[in-house]
Every structure is written in structure tokens, then in C-alpha cells.
Design a protein around this ligand. Structure first.
Ligand SMILES: Cc1cc2nc3c(=O)[nH]c(=O)nc-3n(C[C@H](O)[C@H](O)[C@H](O)COP(=O)(O)OP(=O)(O)OC[C@H]3O[C@@H](n4cnc5c(N)ncnc54)[C@H](O)[C@@H]3O)c2cc1C
Length: 92
């Protein structure tokens, strides 16, 4: 029956997070018009990341969900570092 495989993501549409046609969250290069520097687990909203089963194209295995949860920490650190650098160099 594969109970539990349906993403509960409808509410994300109101937040501007892009979903695929099955409701999974688009990330990285799958996001339409994503700039080349887009991080792999970054969604269409700056600073919002998606990991595990909920992101489009995920492997749907426990080990990969846990691994992505660990990997996204480095991506969030990178995002915050770049955001801080950008705010320091921009005038005002
Ligand atoms: C029937 C079945 C059998 C499976 N068998 C295997 C297997 O043998 N081996 C294997 O490796 N993988 C298996 N999987 C896949 C594995 O369960 C998933 O890959 C893994 O659980 C994904 O982890 P996750 O943290 O991304 O998502 P989930 O484990 O689905 O966790 C998401 C959590 O978010 C909660 N949630 C949802 N919406 C909201 C909300 N709005 N607010 C707050 N919380 C919310 C949910 O209740 C859930 O607790 C199976 C999956 C299913 C459905």
C-alpha cells in the first residue's frame, strides 16, 4: 500500500516554494531559472532547504534522508556565510 509516501506539502505553495507535479519540493538545479550557484538542497525560496523524501527526485530510503540531513548543514552554513558577506559589501 506504501502508506506515508504522499508528500504533505500543499501549504508550501503559499510560501512560494516550488513543487513538482506530484507535490515534491524542487531543489537545486531542478528549480526553474535557478542561478548556477544554487546549492543542491536549496528550494526556490532563499534560505529554505529541503531534505529527505519530501524533495523531488529523492531516493526514498532512510539512509539517504539521514545523509541529506547531515549534508544540508554545510549548505546552510555556506548560505549564511555568503549572505553575511553580501550584506557587508553592499552599501547601506
Ligand atoms: C511503507 C514504507 C516502507 C518503507 N520501507 C523502507 C525500508 O525498508 N528501507 C528504507 O531505507 N526506507 C524505507 N522507506 C522509506 C523511508 O521511510 C523514508 O525514506 C524516510 O522515512 C524518509 O525520512 P524523512 O525524514 O525524509 O521523512 P519522514 O520519515 O516521512 O518524516 C517526515 C515527518 O514529517 C511529519 N510531517 C508531515 N507534515 C508535517 C507538518 N505540516 N508539520 C509537522 N510535521 C509534519 C510527518 O508526520 C513525519 O513524521 C519506506 C517508506 C514507506 C512509506
Amino acid at each position: 500500500m506504501f502508506i506515508g509516501a504522499e508528500p504533505n506539502t500543499g501549504w508550501l505553495r503559499t510560501c512560494g516554494v516550488s513543487l513538482d507535479d506530484k507535490g515534491f519540493v524542487l531543489t537545486g538545479p531542478d528549480v526553474a531559472d535557478a542561478p548556477p550557484q544554487t546549492l543542491p538542497l536549496q528550494t526556490s525560496v532563499q534560505g529554505v532547504f529541503a531534505t529527505g523524501d519530501v524533495h523531488s527526485g529523492s531516493t526514498k530510503r532512510v539512509a539517504s534522508a539521514v545523509g541529506e540531513g547531515a549534508a544540508v548543514v554545510a549548505q546552510i552554513h555556506r548560505f549564511l556565510t555568503e549572505a553575511r558577506t553580501a550584506s557587508q559589501v553592499s552599501p547601506g
